[in-house]
Every structure is written in structure tokens, then in C-alpha cells.
Ligand binder design. Structure first.
Ligand code: CTP
Length: 407
């Protein structure tokens, strides 16, 4: 799935010959699964028709604050448009528009929307060679960069004037790649490898019976989704659940028993930057397993000898490097914080997510959870009951703040 999939993109088109290339930009954004709203200045319509752009974007092109021919005089609200956008691209950005952007002039819908925008704004200038070199233009570009706007520098080649040199707008494919790469770089877990365990484990007794638990896997799957949306490459090792996840940044490894989970976790752990063990691993397994179904009349199921499973979290804590971040989940009922801190120390963890047993809507099977995040530096943060996706966002925010951004 493209990083632009489902994103709302405002494409501002201004009046230069490169405006015809905005048609390709719309096509490319749509191909990536984005929603595109085109805003045109009136002079850009001399270079490309609104009909072409509205057909390609599947939305009426907007240009005026209101349509003079519309009896109802509906207002195109620039503030709403700006808030709708996840990305605002102005391409081509002419000398005229650049100077108005830099000096907060709002004499058309595109500029008013630009001045109201909160999302990342990219601008791709397009001008003739000497016009581009002109100090006033260079200063405007610098000023916009200092305002936090993202400059997509011009390319070099033949210009509409017949001259050759720097000034042409970057090609549409290059602009789309530029934006995709820029968004990725901004993602907080870009280039990070994350390992997550999820779900229950089943420990077979015989051919049909097992020891298991009610874990749904929802918390671990939410963690995987959030990590991927933050740019990480995720490996999700999960026990049996009814959940499905398709995301090109998440590799799902299905296991059944704690031993299988251990083998797979060990395999991926050495490559992982952050490992979060949210699986409800069975602490015990039957000492022996019958290949056949045990008949009830021979009474051998009345008691089952159990042995302990390996503590995967503890093993990872004993084998982790300084740079690796290891997070466990825990269920505590008394002296929660104190016990969690002891566990962090004993198992060499960087943090623990405490699950609440007593709160309604928290824990196994629910779509919501209520957790306390505790890290090895003694930070204790209690969160309200929220959706498991929101809980996973809180967890990653804490990890990023505590272990990456301050380093
Ligand atoms: N875990 C594990 N391997 C096991 C058991 C648990 O990796 N065999 C992990 C879980 O994924 C979770 C954490 O350990 O991250 C839970 O730790 P545990 O000490 O079992 O916590 P509690 O359930 O709170 O257990 P205890 O009764 O020991 O307090």
C-alpha cells in the first residue's frame, strides 16, 4: 500500500506553461490511492482546462470563493479546504504566486487556502532561467523555506522560452517520489525494525485438546498497524487468532505453541530495534502430548502433568544489546508499579505496559484497553480507557520520546 493511499491532497495549479503537467500529477496521485482536490488560479486556466483536471481528479476543480453562476452562492470555504488536506502541493508555483505566498497576500482561493493550511506544503517553482535566478525570487524561496514550506527545486533542461538551463518544474514522477520520500523521512519509525508478539499460544494435550487462553490478539495487531503507519518494518509473530492483517510493511508469522513462538521470536529478535511482547504466552505446557485423541473412559485426562514454558521475554532480556529496546506486557493486581519496576530490572527490560484487570472494557477480547506505561527510568504514565489502536499510539509515543528523541 502506498504511503499516499487514502491521503487528501490539495493540488494548487498556477499560471505557467508547466500547468499542463498538473494533469500527470493528478493521475499519479490517484494511482497511489490519494484523494485529489485541484485548486486553480484563473490564469492557470489559460494553460490547462478545469474540465481535464476535474475529470482526472473526479472532483470539481475549485478556483473562486463562490461560483457567480450558482443561484445558491455556495461559498468555497478556504479554511475547511485547508483542514481537509493532508498534503498541499503547489505545482507549478509561478513567480507571482511565490511572492504572494511569501508576503501573505490572499487575493484568490488558492492563496487564502495556502495561508490557512496546517499540513505540510510543498511548492515546485517553474520559471524561465533568469527569472528563476532573480534575487527577488530566490529570496522568496528562502523565505518560504524558513516558514517551514518544502521546496521542490527546479530541474534543468529546455525551457518554454527556447533557452536551456535551470527553471523548469521537476517532472511529475519526480515530484511524487520527492513527496513520498519526504513523508517517509518524517515518519518517526522510518528505517526501524519492530518485532511484536501477539495472541495466545495453544499447548496441545492430545490430537484435539489444548491449554490456551482468551487473548484475541487485538492489542498486538494494533501495535503492528501503528508501527507500520509510523514507517517501521514490522514482524508480527502471532498465536492463533481470528484476525487478518495485510500490509506490505508487516510480515505475519503464524505460530501455535510457546515453543514455536520462541523459535520464531529468537530468529527475528537479533535484527529488531524495538521488540514488544504482547502475546499471552501460556506459562505451562503438558509434560507429554498424546498424538491420538485420549478416550474419556481411560481417565488419564483427570490430571495433566505440566511443565513450564520458556519465558521468551526473559530470554530476550538476557540476550539483548544496549541499542535494542525491549518491552513486555504485564498483568499485576497488587503493588503494580513496584512489581513492574522489579520485573523491568529482573528481565532487563526497557519498559513495561501494565494491563488493567479490574477496569471495564480493558484486557482480553475487548476493542479497548487501559494501560499504564512504565519505563526503566522510573517514568510512570497512566492512560485512560481507549481503543487499542489509540493505546498502541500512546505506547509508541512513549518509546519514541523516551528512547529516541532525547538521545
Ligand atoms: N511472556 C513470554 N514468555 C512466556 C510468558 C510470558 O515472553 N513464557 C511475556 C508476555 O508476552 C508478556 C510478559 O512476558 O510480555 C508477561 O510476563 P509475565 O511475567 O508472565 O507477567 P505476568 O502475566 O504478569 O506474570 P506473573 O504471574 O509472573 O506476574
Amino acid at each position: 500500500m502506498s504511503i499516499l493511499s487514502g491521503k487528501n491532497i490539495l493540488l494548487g495549479v498556477t499560471g505557467g506553461i508547466a500547468a499542463y503537467k498538473s494533469t500527470y500529477l493528478v493521475r499519479l496521485f490517484k494511482k497511489q490511492g490519494a484523494n485529489v482536490q485541484v485548486l486553480m488560479t484563473s490564469s492557470s486556466k489559460d494553460f490547462v482546462t478545469p474540465l481535464t483536471l476535474s475529470t482526472l481528479s473526479n472532483k470539481p476543480v475549485l478556483s473562486e470563493f463562490f461560483d457567480k453562476n450558482d443561484k445558491n452562492k455556495l461559498w468555497n470555504n478556504h479554511v475547511e479546504l485547508a483542514l481537509w488536506a493532508d498534503v498541499f502541493l503547489i505545482a507549478p508555483a509561478t513567480s507571482n504566486t511565490l511572492s504572494k505566498m511569501a508576503s501573505a497576500r490572499a487575493d484568490n482561493l488558492l492563496l487564502a487556502t495556502y495561508l490557512s493550511s496546517k499540513c505540510p506544503v510543498y511548492f515546485a517553482p517553474a520559471m524561465d532561467l533568469d527569472m528563476h535566478k532573480n534575487l527577488a525570487n530566490q529570496e522568496n524561496i528562502k523565505k518560504l523555506i524558513s516558514h517551514g514550506k518544502i521546496h521542490i527545486p527546479v530541474g534543468s533542461g529546455f525551457l518554454a522560452s527556447g533557452l536551456e538551463g535551470e527553471g523548469r518544474m521537476k517532472e511529475p514522477e519526480e515530484i511524487v517520489d520527492f513527496i513520498i520520500n519526504n513523508i517517509k523521512e518524517e515518519l518517526k519509525l522510518n528505517n526501524k525494525k519492530i518485532l511484536i508478539t501477539a495472541g495466545p499460544t495453544y499447548e496441545p494435550i492430545d490430537a484435539v485438546r489444548f491449554i490456551g487462553n482468551f487473548s484475541s490478539g487485538k492489542m498486538g495487531f494494533s501495535l503492528a498497524k501503528t508501527a507500520a503507519s509510523l514507517g517501521a518494518e514490522v514482524t508480527l509473530i502471532t498465536g492463533p487468532t481470528s484476525l487478518n492483517l495485510i500490509d506490505k510493511n508487516i510480515s505475519v508469522v503464524n505460530v501455535v505453541t510457546a515453543d514455536e513462538m520462541f523459535l520464531e521470536t529468537k530468529k527475528y529478535f537479533k535484527f529488531s530495534d524495538i521488540s514488544i511482547l504482547s502475546a499471552a504466552v501460556s506459562d505451562f505446557k503438558p509434560k507429554s502430548r498424546s498424538i491420538k485423541k485420549i478416550k474419556k473412559h481411560n481417565n488419564s485426562l483427570l490430571s495433566i502433568d505440566l511443565i513450564q514454558n520458556i519465558d521468551i521475554l526473559k530470554y530476550l532480556g538476557e540476550n539483548k544489546t544496549e541499542k535494542q529496546i525491549l518491552v513486555g506486557f504485564a498483568l499485576e493486581t497488587d503493588n503494580e508499579t513496584q512489581n513492574a519496576l522489579i520485573k523491568i530490572k529482573n528481565k532487563n527490560l526497557d519498559a513495561i505496559v501494565l494491563n488493567s484487570l479490574n477496569d471495564k472494557g480493558a484486557g482480553f477480547g475487548h476493542d479497548t484497553n487501559k494501560v499504564t506505561f512504565i519505563n526503566k527510568n522510573g517514568l510512570v504514565k497512566k492512560f485512560d480507557l481507549k481503543s487499542k489502536i489509540d493505546v498502541s499510539i500512546d505506547i509508541f509515543n512513549e518509546l519514541i520520546d523516551g528512547f529516541y528523541e532525547k538521545n
